[in-house]
Write a protein that binds this ligand. Structure first.
Ligand SMILES: [Zn+2]
Length: 110
């Protein structure tokens, strides 16, 4: 859900909005794409269950990892991090794509 435009700025997808501390015209394309992926995931999960799943998956990973690693291991984040640099991804994206990622996908990029 959270994505860093830089170390000082935070951006978050909260259906149907993208909330950011960045000036509107300075949101990097990668950050915008990352948050739009989350908006698509939220629609697929009928909004509220997305946040519940997100929180539970974070807590599950947090049992074994530090907070940043646990955040990056959440399925929704792995899809977003694995694809937010790919310009055509939003056009080609298949619904529920976050379910089908390999477990290590999205963990290497930052
Ligand atoms: Zn995210």
């Amino acid at each position: 859900m959270l994505s860093l435009g830089s170390r000082r700025h935070h951006t978050m997808a909260l259906w149907p909005f993208i909330i950011t501390s960045l000036p509107k015209n300075q949101i990097p394309a990668r950050v915008k794409r990352h948050e739009i992926i989350h908006l698509r995931q939220q629609i697929e999960m009928l909004i509220l269950p997305f946040y519940l799943w997100y929180g539970l998956e974070y807590l599950w990973h947090r049992l074994r990892h530090d907070s940043y690693t646990a955040y990056r291991m959440i399925s929704f984040e792995r899809e977003a991090w694995a694809n937010d640099r790919r310009c055509g991804y939003l056009r080609r994206r298949k619904p529920w794509n976050w379910i089908w990622l390999r477990y290590d996908e999205g963990l290497q990029t930052d």
